[in-house]
Design a protein around this ligand. Structure first.
Ligand SMILES: Nc1ncnc2c1ncn2[C@@H]1O[C@H](COP(=O)(O)OP(=O)(O)OP(=O)(O)O)[C@@H](O)[C@H]1O
Length: 251
């Protein structure tokens, strides 16, 4: 059974249809990429899937359970977590404190870990993401790339089974992208399913098992990365000359 089954999902903002009758499935243990031009509806899709905005119609099932209509914290409780394209940290808190906050969620509290264990877990998470030396710094003093990594670590702190990442590579240098890619593959190997929106196509295509292309809120194509970069409709609508480079790189 699919871990996530999205069926005929739509979202309109007045006269703008951001997500248009979209259906797709994500299998357990996959890394699933979502690409498309600016304004294609990718972030709106994540916002609906994670309960931040209401759908206009359709169905979203996580492990066979309907999640449309649930609040973001209820969705986290079920085992889904997300990072944000625009990171809005709690200014004044340290990086380590930011990662301790999600420990108070019922999902983590039910393990009954003491404060020392929760702090060690937060420190490990900082290390995993490459921010071990930044734990005591206030988030106000972190740069955009570091804030993005911290936001991903924050999402991981709820120990999700399904992780949504909105442009995780944006603003990161090659070293951090390589480190984050390795971490995502390790998470996948441990059974975490990952859905990624990303414009850095070369880096994304190396990581994903399957990719969906959306344009004007509708699915344009879906398949494995090597086939998708050769799809004429995708090249015309989105990849353009970048598509030829990508096709050459993935052959
Ligand atoms: N809150 C909103 N109110 C009105 N229109 C919105 C709102 N959010 C998104 N839209 C519109 O919905 C469409 C899809 O936007 P969305 O941000 O989901 O695209 P995207 O694929 O994530 O783009 P990008 O790659 O630039 O982040 C756009 O036309 C956008 O202007």
């Amino acid at each position: 059974m699919a871990l996530l089954a999205v069926s005929s999902l739509s979202k309109s903002f007045g006269g703008v249809t951001a997500v248009n009758n979209l259906s797709f499935e994500v299998q357990p243990g996959a890394i699933f990429g979502i690409i498309g031009p600016n304004g294609a509806g990718k972030t709106s899709l994540f916002n609906v899937l994670t309960g931040f905005i209401k759908a206009s119609g359709g169905s979203v099932q996580f492990r066979g359970q309907e999640v449309l209509g649930k609040k973001p914290y209820e969705i986290v409780e079920l085992g889904m977590a997300r990072s944000f394209q625009l990171v809005k940290p709690f200014f004044g808190m340290t990086a380590l404190e930011t990662l301790l906050l999600p420990s108070w969620s019922p999902r983590i509290q039910r393990h009954g870990r003491d404060r020392g264990a929760l702090e060690r877990a937060a420190e490990q998470r900082l290390e995993q993401i490459g921010l071990a030396a930044r734990g005591a710094l206030r988030v106000d003093d972190l740069n955009q790339g570091e804030l993005r990594l911290l936001d991903i670590a924050r999402a991981l702190s709820t120990e999700p089974d399904l992780l949504f990442l909105d442009e995780p590579f944006s603003g990161l240098g090659h070293e951090h992208i390589a480190r984050l890619s390795t971490l995502l593959m390790q998470l996948r190997d441990r059974g975490v399913t990952i859905v990624i929106i990303e414009h850095r196509l070369r880096e994304l295509m190396r990581l994903v098992d399957r990719v969906m292309v959306i344009n004007f809120g509708s699915k344009l194509a879906e398949g494995n990365p090597a086939d998708i970069v050769r799809e004429p409709a995708v090249i015309e609508a989105y990849l353009g000359s970048k598509g030829k480079d990508l096709a050459a790189a993935s052959s």
